[in-house]
Ligand binder design. Sequence first.
Ligand code: NAI
Ligand code: MG
Length: 494
Amino acid sequence: MSSDLSGLEAARAFAQGAHRLFIDGQWRPALSGKTFATHNPGDGALLGHAASAEAADVDLAVAAARAALDGPWSEIKPSERARLLWRLSDLIEKHADEIAALETLDNGKPLRDARLFDVPHAIETLRYNSGWATKLGGETINLSGPGTWHAYTVREPVGVVAQIVPWNAPFAMAVAKVAPALAAGCAVILKPAEETPLTALRLATLIEEVGFPKGVFSLLTGFGETAGAALVEHPGVDKVTFTGSTEVGRIIIRAAAGNFKRVTLELGGKTPVIVLPDADAARAAEGAARSIFTNAGQICNAGSRLFVHQSLFERVVEGVADYAGKLRVGPGLDPETQMGPVISDAQKQRVSGYIRAGVEQGATLRAQGAAAAGPGFFVPPTILTQTTPEMSVVREEIFGPVLCAMSFGDEDLDQIARTANASDYGLGAVVWTNNLSAAHRLARKLKAGTVRVNGGGLDPALPFGGFKQSGWGRENGREGIEAYTEVKAVAMAV
Ligand code: NAI
Ligand code: MG
């Protein structure tokens, strides 16, 4: 408890600072002098101000990143890059209570989630990628043309990388982007979401303390339409990695065309959770509830469409409703809270609008938990039944604690997969069953970047990304770090 309190005091003190941009190893105000405020979604209170970067600041950060790549950073051995990343993970561990509290203040999520998931995940991601720094390499190739050849490939860092992250897991996501990029030897410019700049600012102070060469990492707080847009259009940026809305993903693809930037996109999702007739109904219900109510449903991979065999439908839906009814919804700092607020009033209106539209289009409001009274942005955990594929609640990403539950009869696995695949998105899918053969056959048929059977969770070793409009490329695992490299083939006549 005492470490909780001191972590919170440290977080509050940090939040109030006069925050600047971190460019070329220095803290400096935005050239325009502009700043913006950040608030606690749990009570609306002002937390602090961050600098608002624009195109001129982006120019400076890109020039510093290029100089680092052309200079000291390229001389640093892989084992030293690994040590730097590991040192960063140790510093995060040392300040874990403060970072978790800062995340809760800025994002609103329950403190226990920040402590048990967000911060440990960031630490594990750094340690996992630290191991890759010394293991990235090419291969020798046997050529068949006339003559004698020695041919091989090398993997080189892709260069200057702009990383744009959203507000739903700001710290874990920033670290998950920075870690593989630095392990691969890239130079990074990170832009956190305007709603949640604080833990990225704290990360930058720790990166500074670790002692990377200047310019290797820059932090530009600011808005998407200014800082974000200038980064994705900049001819000096070699790659953009982005997590956020599908709409902005499209803007980034267009902007990247100027100099053919490499692009990795993690976009929206509408993850189906499929419960087959042999599943353990109680475990499936709890898993389905966690999947949609964790982080108040603000997870790209949230299980927002529930498909249950008719023989278990009532039991599973009753189980999820029971879970929703008991969920304690409140400010993230309240130790009793199990589900926090959504990020903003705009997001609350958006999610509430979807619930209203669902009911207007004929869905049944089967169950709704309690929502704490304001001033925080609370939305009750909600379960809709009698939903049909054409309804906006079934088609679109709501990004809130709203579950659409549907039943199916004795259809074959092809039909079940077709129904689950009837979405523009293809990020994740979850199957609950004890039938091994059905699980593996369904896993093949589902159009999703990640299929989970009888459980959830993220792991830095497991590739993550989407089919269809859920994005381009993969993060995490070998694929995640290789995405920060260019392959060069070298062939020599000998
Ligand atoms: P957004 O996609 O606008 O914001 C995400 C990040 O992109 C932020 O850092 C923002 O500053 C930046 N950005 C915005 N416009 C940009 C531009 N033109 N160029 C470069 N960067 C830009 O998402 P927003 O508006 O916060 O949320 C809207 C919806 O997007 C949510 O309701 C949800 O459905 C979806 N979303 C999905 C996320 C995911 O994890 N897949 C995360 C956040 C939002
Ligand atoms: Mg937006």
